[in-house]
Write a protein of this length. Structure first.
Length: 141
């Protein structure tokens, strides 16, 4: 196996681990009531949005990038990182139209973003959207 392939495999495993952590943080298990059969938890809106972003980004070629744009009023933000502190909130981080580093804290069920796959210049490196989840807090004994 060539070094390039090893790098792709490791990157793929890291992406899958991050995806699993984010999805686990968003779709936490619900405890069934006594006497009830456990029902599969409905997937949250936030989980669906993150899943779609990852599904669009995963198959990109080296000359493509996923551009994620968040609009609010007159502001537009090119999202480069999405932090998911809990099930109800997204924190979009990126650069606004004037080049300022900007964060937008948004309820997950109100997040409206535009995603598009774009070609990049031959000399440029593609930008990948990073999705981060909050670390689970250790429970005290």
């Amino acid at each position: 196996m060539a070094f390039g392939n090893i790098g792709k495999v490791i990157a793929g495993q890291a992406l899958e681990a991050t995806k699993k952590n984010v999805m686990d943080a968003i779709t936490g298990p619900e405890a069934p009531k006594p006497g009830e059969k456990p029902q599969p938890a409905p997937e949250s809106i936030g989980g669906i949005i993150l899943g779609q972003i990852q599904a669009m980004q995963r198959p990109l070629k080296e000359d493509q990038e996923l551009v994620v744009l968040f609009y609010t009023g007159s502001e537009s933000l090119r999202v480069t990182e999405i932090f998911v502190p809990n099930v109800q909130v997204f924190v979009f981080a990126g650069v606004d139209s004037q080049g300022n580093v900007t964060r937008a804290v948004v309820p997950a069920d109100r997040a409206q973003i535009v995603c598009k796959i774009m070609k990049i210049a031959p000399e440029a490196r593609p930008v990948r959207v990073t999705i981060l989840s909050a670390r689970p807090k250790a429970e005290s004994a």
